[in-house]
Design a protein around this ligand. Structure first.
Ligand SMILES: NC(=O)c1ccc[n+]([C@@H]2O[C@H](COP(=O)([O-])OP(=O)(O)OC[C@H]3O[C@@H](n4cnc5c(N)ncnc54)[C@H](O)[C@@H]3O)[C@@H](O)[C@H]2O)c1
Length: 260
């Protein structure tokens, strides 16, 4: 039984789709209503064992509702995938809106903490093997110019992953993270659109701005953008019994980005 957050988006939906194909029961959530409806329709073609909740998981009570729904329906939670995330609007710290920083932390870190908080109690109660997979980023391994909020949130997720792995191994619960590099999803397409608008605005400026967003040069050994399924395959491997000796790991799925 899988709980997946941010399941209407690129990596979350790819993970839900593959899990459904492999026979998993799904309880999913996302805050985007239309995309969630479309995702649910596609998943219903594979399985009827799927529930999709429209929830903003930056709020604790909504994370509780998600986990309660899964527990009340199935009486167990085998896999929690904390995937929901946003990049926020890139800006250097001195010009960054504090509200924006807090929103990124809430979507990327607090949601993972809240969902884990409620799910782990059930995982302990049910006994046996279960696991959490956090979807971090290469931004959880290194810095990105102008992306302090996102980088901070993803480093925090790495810390949460390692500590939960230590604290819950004694219950048979494994906790790992994947660190995707650039992956072709709605998030990536939105970032591209944002950067091209920003570039056009900067080209019109006659004086240098103190708010330029210079896109970081994305270099990886493979020099390409990944498909969402290339990330979801690794998430599902970490969630499988084949990864039974893996916990506390942060696994780059980045085409060799961290080689540089
Ligand atoms: N696409 C990339 O290049 C890339 C690279 C590294 C890491 N990631 C990470 O992968 C994860 C999935 O990203 P994606 O690329 O599939 O992006 P995406 O935007 O396609 O999907 C993310 C989904 O999360 C949902 N979401 C965000 N905040 C939420 C909230 N508070 N409550 C409920 N739902 C929420 C969004 O509505 C969206 O559908 C994210 O954590 C992202 O940071 C993506």
């Amino acid at each position: 039984m899988f709980v997946i957050t941010g399941a209407a988006g690129g990596i979350g939906f790819a993970t839900a789709h593959r899990a459904a194909e492999e026979g998993a029961k799904l309880v999913l959530a996302d805050r985007k209503e239309e995309m969630s409806k479309t995702a649910l329709e596609k998943l219903m073609k594979i399985t009827s064992d799927v529930t999709f909740l429209i929830l903003d998981l930056s709020a604790e009570e909504n994370c509780k509702e998600l986990i309660d729904t899964a527990w009340n329906k199935y009486g167990r939670i085998d896999v929690l995938i904390n995937n929901a995330g946003i990049t926020g609007i890139p800006a250097p710290v001195h010009t960054m809106g504090t509200q924006m920083f807090m929103e990124v932390m809430a979507c990327n870190v607090y949601s993972a903490f809240f969902c884990s908080h409620y799910a782990l109690a059930h995982m302990i109660e049910q006994g046996g093997a279960s696991c959490v997979v956090n979807v971090s980023s290469v931004a959880g391994l290194t810095g990105f110019p102008g992306h302090s909020a996102y980088v901070t949130s993803k480093h925090a997720l790495s810390g949460l992953t390692k500590n939960m792995a230590m604290d819950y191994a004694k219950y048979g619960i494994r906790v790992n993270a994947v660190n995707p590099g650039t992956t072709d999803t709605p998030m990536y397409q939105e970032a591209l659109a944002f950067l091209s608008t920003k570039k056009a605005a900067q080209a019109k400026e006659t004086t240098p701005s103190d708010k330029p967003i210079c896109p970081p040069k994305i270099v990886s050994a493979q020099a390409r953008v990944a498909a969402a399924t290339e990330v979801s395959d690794v998430i599902l491997f970490l969630a499988s019994d084949e990864a039974s000796n893996m916990t506390g790991t942060t696994v780059p799925v980045d085409g060799g980005f961290v080689c540089f």
